[in-house]
Each structure stands twice: as C-alpha cells, then as structure tokens.
Ligand binder design. Structure first.
Ligand SMILES: Nc1nc2c(ncn2[C@@H]2O[C@H](COP(=O)(O)OP(=O)(O)O)[C@@H](O)[C@H]2O)c(=O)[nH]1
Ligand SMILES: [Mg+2]
Length: 164
C-alpha cells in the first residue's frame, strides 16, 4: 500500500513537470485548431472539431466552449499552468469578444494575440486587435491566414525563438 502511494505521487510529479510551449485561447470556430495545424506544418483544412482540452500537439488546444462559458473557463486556469505562453486568437471577421474585459491580466504568462482569417473580404484587423487589447492581451499581435499562409511563418519563427 505504501509503495503504491509513493509511485502514484511520483507519477503526479512527472505529470506536473511536463510543459507545452504555448496554449491557444479563442472563441468557437475562431481558427484555433487550423492555426495549430498550420504552425505544425500540417494541412489546416483537416481541423476536426476540438473537444475539451487537447494536449497532443505542439501547443495546448482547447474547444471554444471552454472560452465562452464562465464555468468551463475556470478549468483553463489550471491547464494554462502547463504552458509557457498564451496565444489568444481573434477572428478578423467577428465583432464579438468572448472573454470578459481584462480577462488575461490574471495570467502571469507572456501573452500574444493572433488575428485569424485575414483572407476573408470582411476581415477588420484593427477591430480584432482592439478586441484583443480589451481582453488584456498586452504582447505582440500577429495577423494570419491559414488559407493564404499570410503570417504563419513569422509566427512560427517567433515561437521557435522563445526561450521555452
Ligand atoms: N477563410 C479562412 N477560414 C479559416 C481560417 N482559419 C480557420 N478557418 C475556418 O474556420 C473554421 C473553424 O476553424 P477551427 O480551426 O476548427 O476553429 P476552432 O474552433 O477555433 O478550433 C473552419 O471551417 C476553418 O476552415 C483562415 O485563416 N481563413
Ligand atoms: Mg478547435
């Protein structure tokens, strides 16, 4: 019994020690999974609907429901402890902020913004950047499209340069 307890504690230690370079936040269908796939050099059109919190990629991916519901959003705080940097995605065609004002100020992480879907005709990058700032994203903002490839390599280079 004693041994079993000890080994489960050891497992817990190695679990908490595991970190991911980044975690991606953003509303439903804002382009989080497509962005992660594009950053990984995979085909972004294969993005399946995400469920829960997904630790299988280069960064932590979450389903948009977790950002849009106050109750589920609380679980993100614990998940974020495993990530070094937060990427907050805002759809360039949306005028909706899914986070409470200044939400990200409570996270001690460095935070960057990514405005997605820049290829679409109704993209409004300035409005999207304003929404990210309103949510408390204080770092650099990148403007990308997984369809045209705009901004993807710049963001990938930025992530690779971080001292994770
Ligand atoms: N036109 C365009 N569509 C995109 C872009 N990024 C994502 N999408 C589309 O937006 C939808 C939601 O993308 P997904 O990555 O699943 O969003 P998630 O729910 O935030 O993970 C999909 O139909 C994507 O093909 C983009 O840069 N341009
Ligand atoms: Mg997704």
């Amino acid at each position: 019994m004693k041994n079993r307890t000890f080994s489960s504690l050891q497992n817990m230690d190695s679990d908490t020690a595991h970190t991911w370079p980044f975690m991606i936040f953003g509303g439903k269908s804002s382009g989080k999974t497509a962005l992660l796939l594009a950053l990984e050099g995979k085909n972004p059109s294969t993005a399946a609907r995400s469920k829960g919190i997904d630790y299988s990629g280069w960064g932590i991916d979450i389903s948009g429901e977790y950002c849009e519901s106050g109750k589920l959003r609380r679980e993100l705080v614990t998940a974020a402890l495993k990530a070094k940097l937060l990427i907050v995605v805002q759809d360039a065609t949306s005028d909706r902020l899914v986070f409470p004002l200044h939400y990200f100020l409570m996270y001690p992480h460095p935070k960057i913004g990514v405005v997605t879907k820049m290829d679409l005709p109704d993209a409004d990058p300035q409005r999207a950047a304003g929404l990210l700032r309103a949510a408390g994203v204080d770092g650099e903002i990148f403007y990308v499209s997984v369809l045209s490839g705009e901004g993807i390599s710049g963001l990938r280079d930025f992530l690779l340069k971080q001292d994770f």
